[in-house]
Write a protein that binds this ligand. Structure first.
Ligand SMILES: Cc1cc2nc3c(=O)[nH]c(=O)nc-3n(C[C@H](O)[C@H](O)[C@H](O)COP(=O)(O)OP(=O)(O)OC[C@H]3O[C@@H](n4cnc5c(N)ncnc54)[C@H](O)[C@@H]3O)c2cc1C
Length: 285
């Protein structure tokens, strides 16, 4: 299991994962609560994105007052920090887009208000430095499925947008995204067989069952072999996973469900409290 200090023991690291120190190039507000940060250029030479649809990186944020974060080394079984070094704040984010010609990487940050990653993104200016390890991830929409169910909250939206773009032409999919309100909706590049539903959290907050869970439970179930991809707040994802497994009968091979964050807990508190493997994507599974 991953330790809260970021060091990982046991299974081998995935091939192709490297560390980079990349400058911020540009910040664009996509919605009131979502910022797109473009990073990279020459510093990302060798970054090998594009192997799957929910590709992610681990980001390392500079400590307050520091220009650059301490970067880990990539060891055979995980990330290793130099002896005595204080590991930086590290969080997973999705590769929204990577341009192999310009070596520019787009990362979309939810500005949720309380965390160091989110706060760094809110204050970041061109030239600021961000540490990156990756890319990793493993989901590609299966051509064996007759239909896809793709669901998540705004932290999953960068992955959902990429997955929707990668569906084979003519693929049938139901996509359900929960965001705070209508001002947080984003255009998705969806084909004619893709049915997109936006649900709004509004004042309901994260009380179960959330609008996302209710929408998944009441979705008109597509016929044939269905594959599902779900990500977002961990408690919501757990409830949806249970529903899809127990009430819709989806087997493990047809269900890809990931908790991306935990309401009311930092990632470190979540790892400690629930023993989750937050960094599992860095290793061979
Ligand atoms: C594989 C993967 C891919 C991800 N991709 C993205 C992505 O592309 N874009 C993105 O924005 N996030 C993404 N996330 C989620 C992101 O890593 C978490 O939201 C993370 O907790 C943010 O770190 P932080 O330092 O801001 O807050 P933390 O220190 O982790 O938490 C501080 C407080 O903020 C709360 N909090 C954290 N995230 C949210 C949120 N979204 N809404 C409301 N409260 C929150 C916590 O519950 C805690 O109370 C991804 C996570 C994973 C595992």
């Amino acid at each position: 299991m991953r330790r809260a200090d970021g060091n990982v023991r046991s299974r081998p690291m995935r091939a192709g994962i490297e560390t980079y120190l990349a400058p911020l190039l540009r910040v664009t507000a996509l919605t009131p609560r979502m910022l797109r940060l473009r990073v990279g250029g020459e510093s990302l030479r060798g970054f090998a994105a594009g192997r799957c649809a929910d590709e992610r990186v681990k980001l390392f944020f500079p400590a307050p007052g520091e220009r650059a974060p301490v970067l880990p080394e990539i060891g055979p079984t995980g990330l290793r920090y130099p002896e005595g070094a204080q590991p930086p704040h590290a969080r997973n984010y999705t590769v929204r887009r990577f341009d192999p010609d310009t070596l520019e990487l787009d990362l979309d940050f939810v500005i949720h208000g309380a965390g160091r990653a989110c706060e760094w993104a809110r204050r970041a200016r061109p030239g600021d430095l961000l540490g990156i390890a990756g890319p990793a991830g493993g989901y590609t929409p299966s051509a064996a499925a007759d239909a896809h169910l793709i669901a998540g909250d705004e932290t999953a939206l960068p992955a959902i947008a990429t997955i929707v773009e990668r569906l084979t032409p003519g693929a049938r999919a139901r996509v359900i995204v929960e965001v705070a309100g209508p001002e947080e909706e984003q255009p998705l590049d969806a084909g004619p067989g893709v049915d997109v539903t936006w649900v709004h959290r509004g004042a309901a907050g994260w009380r179960a069952p959330t609008p996302l869970e209710r929408a998944v439970r009441s979705v008109e179930w597509p016929g044939g072999v269905v594959h599902a991809w779900v990500a977002g707040e961990a408690g919501v994802v757990r409830a949806i996973r249970r529903h899809l497994r127990d009430e819709r009968g989806l087997g493990r091979e047809a269900l890809d469900a990931s908790g991306y964050w935990r309401h009311g807990m930092t990632v470190e508190q979540w790892v400690e409290a629930e023993g989750v493997e937050y960094a599992a994507e860095e290793r061979d599974e």
